[in-house]
Design a protein. Structure first.
Lengths: 288, 354
């Protein structure tokens, strides 16, 4: 069949191309540009090759921040995913309770990041905060501004408070989409509560849980505002996660080259983990 | 295996019942004999599934009793009742293989590995699932999946009853009749009580020995397909079964004489003077003939289906459909209809008068 050649369609792509160029490609390429050069200001740049990448990849400071970041992400995933599923399972399935629970669950998600940080900062202050004061009154030696263990505890608790709802809402949506016949069949087959969860609920929630894990991984791996407001990365560098460390390097020390190299490595890690995870989860989906 | 009796069973999904319409099931009394093939037939929303779920124990009835072999099981759960139920769309456990799916009800009941293996292989053989036994169940087609659901119901050899809730809804038409005859064959082979819920009269009439017709939360007739056709006990059965359904015409009863708009109608029935708010004559299109005299009608339309002709006519009391042989010559314009006496019934408030 003969098709007429008409390249005019490309013109229609121009608006979106310009938009993407300005909000993604150009900023990203600027970062790529910085990552290979050195500057002392005045818009004068010198070529440095892969020096910054080598420096970052070999630096103890980066290793420490990455380690803290991975640990933090793992902790919150291991808490939020099971907890979120558990809450979704116990939520009411009909009646007024549904709306009440959904509204309550959505509340934390609607609060801006820096407000969450500020709230928890005040809430956890050992002298006047409700949490900090109560813990101390109960005999715990709690001070998140000075003890790194307490700082971690508070940051994790804050993140769990802020984001578990997201997992709950996604899981709940997944659970609600299961047809009642599945539960009835399981009842007739004599399945235990655990079997129902393991063989019906969990498989049916697989897709939403994949999304939940991906979203929580990305968000927690790139967390910045809340710990910045809560602990500022301290005490010392105890809660200086990757993005906090990155901002310190880029804006605090104005090391644009190493900071740019670190950004790219950071970006690459997030991308790789998401890609690998998504493909693993979706491996068997093609058959059905 | 047992006889199942339902006694004065009523169910409502509402917490308080004021009107007749608040009941999903009203005063059901029925005995299901051991080993019978039953169909539960009725339009959507008539209470078929509710009745089924009450027998299986998924729903507790508001009123009444369920007896298995005389033993009251009203408050027992589905496992204790030992029943099997197959749902409208295939329910399979996605993460398991076909084998594990079939073995699941047995595993939950703590049956030994060897026994499970024998039983599953036997059922897989029966349902022609042997070649896919170790594949993941989620990869199968809809009819394959429905066979698994079916298999999970058949795998326990001691179930009291196997219930089907419109099991062929999602199956392709050309596979429907294969699965349907498979079911019929299975019933003959294992000889267990089967209750088959459907709104499709062909499915019900081909599968069952006894058909239970439901209408607006009540059972209106229980009988063999022939009985339902030849002697509908309720006007609903008359027009729901048969294609086209029974003609129902308003009539007058005066001193035992039945007339439609002044035209006398002959029946076998001896009517004593009873009072009804509504009396009607019911006659199937198959049992009407054209004649020299009788009920005057106008011929509206003649459609030839190949096997027979369907004639739409209009009398002063409403439209009447007539079925005639393909070879019959149909009068045009106006004509007279004669009802076969043996198949003409009179209904008082929708129920047959005898």
């Amino acid at each position: 069949m003969n098709k007429t050649v008409n390249q005019k369609a490309w013109l229609f792509v121009i608006p979106v191309f310009v938009l993407v160029a300005f909000n993604a490609i150009i900023p990203l390429m600027t970062v790529v540009n910085y990552a290979f050069q050195e500057t002392f200001g005045n818009n004068v740049f010198m070529w440095e090759g892969t020096r910054w990448f080598k420096q970052i990849l070999l630096s103890d400071r980066f290793h420490a921040a990455l380690g803290r970041q991975i640990l933090f992400t793992l902790i919150i995933l291991f808490i939020q995913i099971p907890l979120g599923i558990f809450i979704a399972l116990t939520m009411p399935k009909e009646g007024i309770g549904v709306s009440v629970c959904l509204v309550l669950m959505s509340m934390p998600l609607l609060i801006p990041w820096n407000v969450v940080g500020a709230m928890w900062n005040i809430f956890a202050l050992p002298d006047i905060g409700f949490l900090g004061h109560s813990l101390n009154a109960l005999g715990f030696d709690y001070n998140f501004t000075q003890q790194s263990g307490d700082a971690w505890f508070t940051t994790v608790l804050m993140d769990v408070w802020h984001w578990t709802s997201l997992v709950v809402l996604l899981s709940y949506a997944g659970l609600r989409s299961i047809q009642p016949a599945y539960y009835q069949a399981a009842e007739i087959d004599g399945a235990s509560r655990w079997s129902v969860f393991r063989h019906i609920e969990l498989p049916k929630m697989k897709k939403v849980l994949t999304i939940a894990i991906l979203l929580r991984f990305m968000d927690s791996f790139m967390i910045y505002t809340e710990p910045f407001v809560l602990t500022g990365g301290g005490p010392g560098n105890a809660t200086a996660f990757l993005s906090i460390d990155l901002v310190k390097m880029a804006l605090g020390q104005f090391d644009l080259g190493p900071a740019a190299a670190m950004s790219l490595i950071y970006f690459f890690i997030v991308l790789t983990v998401c890609w690998v995870f998504y493909n693993l989860m979706m491996k068997n989906e093609g058959q059905s | 295996m047992s006889k199942i009796s339902l006694k004065n069973l009523s169910h409502s999904y509402l917490s308080s019942q004021v009107n007749k319409e608040d009941w999903a099931l009203r005063n059901v009394n029925i005995d299901w004999n051991d080993g019978g093939a039953y169909a539960l037939l009725g339009p959507s929303g008539c209470g078929k599934t509710t009745l089924l779920n009450i027998i299986s124990g998924l729903i507790n009835p508001t009123e009444g009793q369920i007896l298995f072999n005389g033993e009251d099981v009203t408050n027992k759960n589905p496992v204790e009742r030992n029943i099997a139920q197959i749902f409208q769309f295939p329910v399979i456990y996605d993460t398991m293989t076909v084998f594990d799916n079939l073995a699941f009800p047995l595993k939950n009941r703590g049956i030994s590995e060897q026994e499970i293996k024998n039983k599953v292989e036997e059922i897989a053989e029966m349902l022609e699932l042997t070649s896919t036994l170790h594949n993941r169940a989620s990869g199968l087609t809809a009819d394959g999946k429905q066979k698994i659901s079916l298999g999970r119901g058949l795998v326990r050899s001691d179930v009291n009853v196997i219930m089907f809730d419109e099991p062929l809804t999602v199956i392709d038409p050309h596979l429907k009749w294969i699965l349907r005859s498979k079911l019929k064959e299975l019933h003959q082979k294992i000889n267990r009580t089967m209750i088959y819920v459907t709104h499709d009269q062909t499915e019900a009439l081909t599968f069952a020995d006894q058909v239970v017709v439901m209408h607006e939360a009540e059972i209106v007739q229980i009988g063999t397909p022939v009985e339902l056709f030849e002697k509908p006990r309720h006007t609903f059965v008359g027009h729901f079964i048969g294609s086209p359904g029974m003609n129902i015409l308003p009539c007058k009863i005066d001193n035992g004489a039945i007339s439609i708009n002044g035209n006398k109608i002959e029946t076998k029935i001896d009517i004593k003077d009873k009072s009804f708010s509504k009396t009607e004559v019911g006659i199937r299109p198959e049992f009407i003939e054209f004649n020299e005299r009788g009920l005057p009608v106008k011929i509206l339309k003649v459609s030839n289906t190949g096997r027979h002709k369907i004639i739409d006519t209009e009398s002063d009391s409403g439209k009447i459909k007539v079925i005639a042989k393909s070879s019959d010559i149909i009068p045009t314009g106006s004509a007279f209809l004669n009802f076969k006496k043996d198949y003409t019934y009179v209904y008082g408030d929708n129920w047959i008068i005898e």
